[in-house]
Every structure is written in structure tokens, then in C-alpha cells.
Design a protein around this ligand. Structure first.
Ligand code: HEM
Length: 194
């Protein structure tokens, strides 16, 4: 049994169907208060993660808090951004666990995961490369081009993450609503019987 089979949509689906049948997944999915509590925490922690990211991006674009040194802003905001990310990751995994098959085969969930990776790489590149020389451009107006490009990528990536996250709940492209277009069946990983 090679990696191709283990990573094939059929076996991942089989694994997620097993996860969906576990008592805790069923309990969370059918819960009256727990699921809404997790979902609300997921939405509220958006303010910490995406809210602080947007404030820094507006500074890097030179349109807000122009007299605040960038290094001071990143120093003050980053702990809140990190806290927001940890809470969003934890609540997101719980939301996924409540209906794993539906989320795995959800075109918006997949788009969101791809843009989360893009946003993550952009954050890593900014902090590991661009921000290293912040001492040279801490109050420069406008900030260097690389910092402004990182800010634009961040704003666009987080906007798509948030909008696609919101659309996960809508079933327009669900696999169990066939016929769907060949593109949707491919992008959502639908297993359509011949
Ligand atoms: C870390 C950055 C993240 C952001 C900014 C984010 C943002 C969002 C937003 C805005 C929603 C819509 C909430 C609503 O209005 O109903 C949402 C829903 C959702 N998120 Fe996230 N999310 C993040 C991470 C994750 C992760 C890591 C997962 C799972 C691995 C996840 C799983 C979900 C699921 C399953 C829903 C749909 C809940 C439903 O059925 O309505 N999220 N997310």
C-alpha cells in the first residue's frame, strides 16, 4: 500500500468518515451550545488576528499611524496577533472535527486553507527577511517597497480567508448536491459514482 493510496482522496475520505463517526465529533456536531460557542470564539478571535494584522499593514503602506516607529508597532501588536492565531487554529480544528467530511469536500474550506498557507509564508518572509532591516527604515515614509508589497499580499490573503471562511456554511457546491460542474467536483474532491 504505497503513499499514493494513503494520500488518495478515497482513503483520506475513508479516514474522515471514521473521524466523523467518533462519539466526540457527533457530540460536537449535534451540540446545542458547544458548537455555537466554538464558532463564536472563532469569529471573535478574528479581531485579534486579522484586526492587528490589518493595523500593521496600513502602517506598512504608510496610510495610518505614520509617526509610530514600525518596530514599536510590531513589538506591541505581535503578541496579540499570535494569541489570535492560536485561538483561531484551535477553534478552527474543532469546527473541522465537528463535520470533517463536509469541510474536507468544501470548495471554500479548501480555498481558505490555501490562502492561509499564502498568508503564513508572507508573514514568515516579512519577519525573517524584510523586518530584519527595520532599523534603517523605522520612520521612513513611504516604507520600502518590499514592506508595502508584503502589506498588500497580507491584506488580500486575509480578506480571501475571511470571505471564504464565511462561505463554508453555504452548500451551493456541496458534493451531495449533484450534478456539479467537472471543475467543482475536481476542486472539492467529490467522489462521483460513474
Ligand atoms: C487562522 C486563521 C483563520 C481565520 C482568519 C478564519 C476565519 C474564519 C471565518 C471568518 C469563518 C466564518 C465564520 C462565520 O461567520 O460563520 C470561518 C469559518 C470556519 N473556519 Fe476558520 N479561520 C481560520 C482558521 C481556521 C482553521 C485552521 C480551520 C480548520 C483547520 C478553520 C475551520 C473553519 C470552519 C470549518 C469554518 C466553518 C464553520 C461553519 O460551518 O460555518 N478555520 N473561519
Amino acid at each position: 500500500m504505497g503513499w499514493e493510496f494513503i494520500l488518495s482522496p478515497v482513503s483520506i475520505l475513508g479516514l474522515l468518515e471514521w473521524v466523523a463517526a467518533t462519539p466526540w465529533s457527533v457530540a460536537l456536531h449535534e451540540s446545542l451550545y458547544m458548537w455555537p460557542l466554538v464558532e463564536s470564539t472563532h469569529v471573535l478571535s478574528l479581531a485579534l488576528l486579522v484586526g492587528t494584522a490589518i493595523m500593521l499593514d496600513l502602517r506598512l503602506l504608510g496610510v495610518a499611524m505614520k509617526r509610530a516607529p514600525v518596530s514599536e508597532l510590531t513589538g506591541r501588536l505581535l503578541p496579540w496577533t499570535r494569541l489570535g492565531f492560536v485561538v483561531m487554529l484551535a477553534t478552527g480544528l474543532l469546527l473541522f472535527y465537528a463535520t470533517p467530511v463536509r469541510n474536507y469536500q468544501n470548495i471554500f474550506f479548501r480555498l481558505k486553507m490555501v490562502l492561509l498557507v499564502v498568508a503564513g509564508i508572507n508573514v514568515w518572509l516579512f519577519h525573517s527577511r524584510i523586518h530584519r532591516s527595520v532599523g534603517e527604515w523605522d520612520l521612513a515614509m513611504p516604507p520600502p517597497r518590499a514592506a508595502r508589497v508584503a502589506a498588500v499580499v497580507s491584506l488580500v490573503a486575509w480578506a480571501i480567508v475571511v470571505v471564504s471562511g464565511r462561505f463554508i456554511a453555504y452548500n451551493w457546491f456541496d458534493c451531495d448536491i449533484q450534478p456539479q460542474s467537472a471543475f467543482v467536483n475536481w476542486a472539492a474532491g467529490c467522489v462521483v459514482p460513474e
